[in-house]
Design a protein around this ligand. Structure first.
Ligand SMILES: [Zn+2]
Length: 199
């Protein structure tokens, strides 16, 4: 049986906020596309053993963010996902997001999307951190973003890297790269800081 390590639990159970069910199911659809329905059902059984009943979540709009993070960590263990595959899940999540679809259709500028990013963060995360754009440098094709008051889990940091990569692709049409420069879970840092660059 899959389970969280004590270290996983330590950071995950500190989070008391909520996460959008839509985002949760977007990731689950990614898993189904990548590994098939049968494997997803096997994963759901593992999740049930860890007190995550996916069926119940269909009736709600939000789930405890600790459940979402548990799902991410157990999915990673179950499929032995690499760092890049965690990013791939994040990129896929951005593709599925309504806000991002809207942004790409109307070719919103980098400034506009940055101005709306806190609100976009709050659509997915309730009482779970706040989002801040720390630096916009369009000339050097670089944006620095920060997440404050949130610990989460390193697997989610990778997911976010992928999410930001896809987002910058939608806005600029160029391949983006995002790496976490300092992490509130690993370093002496209060925040998760991401550097996003593009070609
Ligand atoms: Zn981090």
């Amino acid at each position: 049986m899959l389970s969280l390590t004590e270290k996983d639990k330590d950071s995950i159970n500190k989070e008391t906020g909520k996460y959008s069910v839509r985002g949760f199911f977007d990731d689950m659809e990614f898993i189904e596309r990548k590994f098939g329905k049968e494997k997803l059902e096997e994963l759901k059984k593992e999740l049930e053993r860890n007190n995550i009943n996916v069926f119940d979540y269909k009736k709600t709009k939000e789930v405890p963010i600790s459940s979402y993070l548990t799902f991410l960590v157990l999915s990673r263990k179950f499929f032995n996902l690499s760092d890049e595959e965690m990013r791939e899940m994040g990129r896929d999540s951005a593709k599925a997001s309504f806000i991002i679809k809207f942004a790409s259709r109307f070719l919103i500028s980098i400034k506009t999307i940055c101005n709306n990013s806190q609100e976009a963060w709050e659509r997915y995360h309730k009482n779970a951190g706040s989002f801040k754009v720390a630096q916009i440098d369009e000339e050097n094709k670089k944006i620095v973003t920060e997440i404050h008051n949130f610990k989460g889990h390193p697997d989610y940091c990778l997911h976010l890297e992928g999410f930001f990569e896809q987002l910058i692709f939608f806005v600029t049409g160029k391949k983006g790269r995002c790496r976490e420069e300092s992490c509130a879970l690993k370093d002496d840092s209060e925040v998760h800081r991401f550097v996003v660059t593009w070609e």
